[in-house]
Design a protein around this ligand. Sequence first.
Ligand code: HEM
Length: 141
Amino acid sequence: MAYLWVKAFHIVFMVTWFAGLFYLPRLFVYHAMSDDKTSQERFQVMERKLLYGITTPGAIVTIALGVWLLAMQPAWLSQGWMHAKLALVAILIGYHGYCWVLMRRFAQGENRHSHVWYRWFNEFPVLILVAVVVLAIVKPF
Ligand code: HEM
């Protein structure tokens, strides 16, 4: 019973985490296209609030609840789909950290990429989302 409650909130916070990971690079697209100071300052505030207020807390709670699920059901740790899932989550954490680096560069006026680059960058978490949800639900191996 407790297990299913923890799993339900694991998924709720995973959605929060991904909402942030989809919208933050989208803000970078608009930020990279803007050339006036007022817009740039507004994007900086939006990016900071999204990363620190929603995306990072979403990641922390998703991971904490995932670890809690593993503590209740350690047998998952001997299955291949879980190994693959954890490897993809590690890559996702790297992507999240890189978003933080990109946000800091914008704040310091040191953006190095075009809006087109951010549009492609924005697609990457879609691949991870599809792969991790299929692994967790289909458990193919
Ligand atoms: C370190 C991070 C994570 C850990 C340790 C973890 C661990 C777990 C565990 C142990 C389960 C229970 C499996 C079951 O009862 O069938 C689970 C379920 C699930 N996880 Fe994660 N997870 C993590 C991150 C994520 C992420 C990033 C996503 C989405 C991209 C995700 C999506 C899901 C889904 C959809 C389920 C439900 C599977 C089902 O009901 O069959 N998890 N997770």
